[in-house]
Design a protein around this ligand. Sequence first.
Ligand SMILES: Cc1cc2nc3c(=O)[nH]c(=O)nc-3n(C[C@H](O)[C@H](O)[C@H](O)COP(=O)(O)OP(=O)(O)OC[C@H]3O[C@@H](n4cnc5c(N)ncnc54)[C@H](O)[C@@H]3O)c2cc1C
Length: 289
Amino acid sequence: MKPPIFDYHAPRSVDEAVDLLRRYGGDAKVLAGGQSLMPLLNFRLSRPAALVDLNRIPSLAYIRPDDGAVVFGAMTRQRAIEFSPVVRERVPLLSEATALVGHLPIRTRGTIGGSIAHADPSAEYPAVLTALDGSVVARGPRGERSLSAAALFHSYLSTSLAPDEILTEVRLPAMPAGAGFAFEEFSRRHGDFALVGIAAMVVGGGGRCSAARIATAGAGPVPARLRPAEEILERDGLSEAAIDAAAQRASELVDPDSDIHASAAYRKNLTRVLTGRALRRALARMGGS
Ligand SMILES: Cc1cc2nc3c(=O)[nH]c(=O)nc-3n(C[C@H](O)[C@H](O)[C@H](O)COP(=O)(O)OP(=O)(O)OC[C@H]3O[C@@H](n4cnc5c(N)ncnc54)[C@H](O)[C@@H]3O)c2cc1C
């Protein structure tokens, strides 16, 4: 199918883009990599009056270390992130997660801002943003604001971004040196969206865990930090028994829906299995690379 008719604008600055969104009063959509938006238009599941294309705003594409964090312009392509030495050194969980996003042509066009703003519950980037306590910057006619992952993701494909706001920047705190990490997911075919994904990070040594992070993809309408499961590791360390207990607790904490791809019970079981795998792989990497 072809998309419905829409106006097309290609602004050269964020201010111009925000002004266009304001003028359409909530009836315009931002176009980033188009990897999710174009199918929605072609299936006529989205019928905006206008598209505001961000691809001609070069100032929105960058990766920069910044005061203990790494910041990304919203239009940074997933492919640039996958091969960035800065990302590999400071937020290697994101490098690993990026390689799991779709296929190479999708990552060549898809952007970090688009993936996070789209808020697909099965997507990898929202889970990493949640696991690392990252935040995003949004700019609209009323100015700029910063939003944590918890404040951003509302529900399935839904965020607290206003229709006239643009997500301009993503900020991820750098992972502590020597942190172990892993992104584990299960999908039917290579490149498909995950049925469930788990982002994990552990910090510690000598069997002890001073900090643990576990976040989900595909196990509910929004990515979720599984704090009670993390607490088991921070209290009991990184023994086999503690990892099993944390994985079991993780499966009890999630409340996934059943759909045509998998039942809720299957997704709960996947959460347990993938949490155990992610934690074991993170532990094996702790202190190393
Ligand atoms: C076959 C296929 C497989 C895929 N597999 C995966 C996968 O395994 N994992 C995964 O995570 N993704 C997957 N994707 C989606 C892909 O990663 C997209 O890149 C991503 O979801 C959207 O990014 P985009 O830059 O293409 O955004 P677009 O498609 O351009 O936009 C998506 C939505 O976000 C809004 N938006 C975009 N940028 C901004 C912004 N800066 N501010 C405010 N709103 C904005 C748009 O208006 C639109 O509503 C897949 C896509 C395809 C086609």
